[in-house]
Design a protein around this ligand. Structure first.
Ligand code: PXG
Length: 286
């Protein structure tokens, strides 16, 4: 069966799922999106993702033409129509087609697109051995520019940092914020462990407030650990006992070095491994 894409209220064959070249999503990156995992037919934390999508839209004054509950139903129908057991959903809303000018008032018909597909994961060795990281020179957007809390279709800032990382031979890159503090990676949030206390930048550090991040904070607190949302510098990572990333695609993944400097033992640490397992149990329904 061919892939079915949700577009503008209906499921259509992937080849027919097209938006206008005048869409401001294409012309200006003017729109918002979400990436969501499907585990065992269940769309993981769908309500949280839909809530963040509507918050992103509100922040850019984009009115999504359907209600959050209709969006949830549309995602579930798209996943079911494509027979996805374990996979990935890309949900996006564009500003719609308009004139060749910035003015969003000249656009009409915002496009809602839902793509359900399989997902290309990091190789399993990275989960066993951990991941080395490099710091990108491209900083995260200043919160007074495109606030990183908005998951907008304009991801060029992160793409530039990703290019720096891949050019240097790394699969992820660390981004600092406008104050020179640790923000996050190009598609993942960052945690450290120091003296059994977990620390991660707070939402106002200029980060996307990750759904995986929040789920992991909850798992850690449920198992009696202290989690602090505080400003971190690269120094805190260099001197940490453990470091790990969280994200929809990565789940929980250990970081074993930054800019060539070994973190802790240089292997995935015990608290990281415990949280990797707890997250696996949560997503695979144990
Ligand atoms: N920071 C940024 C900048 C992100 O883009 C995260 C953190 C983690 O957030 P979640 O809610 O996923 O825990 C993201 C999410 C991809 C891809 O294809 C990237 C993300 C999500 C889905 C797919 O690389 N980034």
């Amino acid at each position: 069966m061919s892939q079915q894409v949700y577009l503008d209220g209906q499921l259509v064959p992937a080849e027919e799922a097209k938006v206008s070249v005048f869409d401001h999503g294409l012309l200006y990156g003017d729109g918002v999106f979400e990436g969501i995992r499907v585990y065992g037919r269940n769309v993981f934390l769908l309500e949280e993702h839909v809530e963040r999508l509507y918050e992103s839209a509100l922040a850019i004054r984009l009115e999504i033409p359907i209600s959050p509950s209709a969006m949830i139903t549309a995602v579930e129908e798209t996943v079911a129509a494509n027979n996805i057991d374990d996979g990935y959903v890309r949900l996006l809303v564009t500003r719609g087609a308009g004139t060749l000018g910035l003015d969003p008032r000249r656009t009409s018909n915002p496009q809602v697109v839902i793509i359900a597909a399989t997902i290309a994961l990091y190789p399993p060795e990275i989960y066993e051995d951990g991941m080395p990281l490099v710091t990108a020179s491209t900083i995260r957007n200043h919160p007074a520019a495109i606030n990183p809390r908005i998951k907008s279709l304009n991801y060029l800032n992160n793409i530039l940092a990703k290019i720096e990382g891949t050019d240097a031979g790394f699969v992820e890159a660390l981004m600092l914020n406008h104050r020179g503090e640790v923000a996050e990676c190009t598609g993942d949030n960052v945690f450290i462990v120091r003296d059994r206390i977990l620390k991660t930048p707070s939402a106002d550090a200029g980060i996307l407030e990750g759904i995986t991040r929040n789920a992991v904070i909850e798992l850690a607190r449920e198992s009696g650990k202290t989690v602090q949302e505080v400003a971190l510098t690269r120094h805190d990572i260099f001197t940490a006992d453990e470091c790990f990333l969280t994200g929809t695609a990565a789940e929980v993944i250990a970081v074993i070095s930054l800019d060539g400097r070994v973190i802790g033992s240089g292997k995935p640490g015990p608290i990281t491994r415990e949280l990797m397992q707890k997250f696996r149990d949560l997503t695979r329904g144990k």
